[in-house]
Design a protein around this ligand. Structure first.
Ligand SMILES: [Zn+2]
Length: 70
């Protein structure tokens, strides 16, 4: 699997793959909350594919920035 790049928004190197309720995965930044779209899965094999997809999205900078009020 590809390595996760630092966050494209805040540039912190603290991104991780999150699994949501055993049906979808996404990559999220532990610093600013920016995340990718969710990719659903229904088996161990499709979970692996979903993880690869979200890592790729993240590394391409295709992310959804959390609106912050600072
Ligand atoms: Zn970030």
């Amino acid at each position: 699997m590809e390595e996760l790049m630092p966050c494209p928004i805040c540039h912190e190197d603290c991104a991780f793959i999150e699994t949501e309720g055993n049906w979808c995965v996404y990559v999220q930044c532990g610093h600013c909350g920016t995340h990718t779209a969710f990719h659903s899965f229904d088996s161990d094999e499709s979970k692996k594919r979903a993880e690869e997809n979200v890592v790729h999205l993240w590394n391409m900078g295709k992310v959804i920035a959390e609106a912050r009020t600072e």
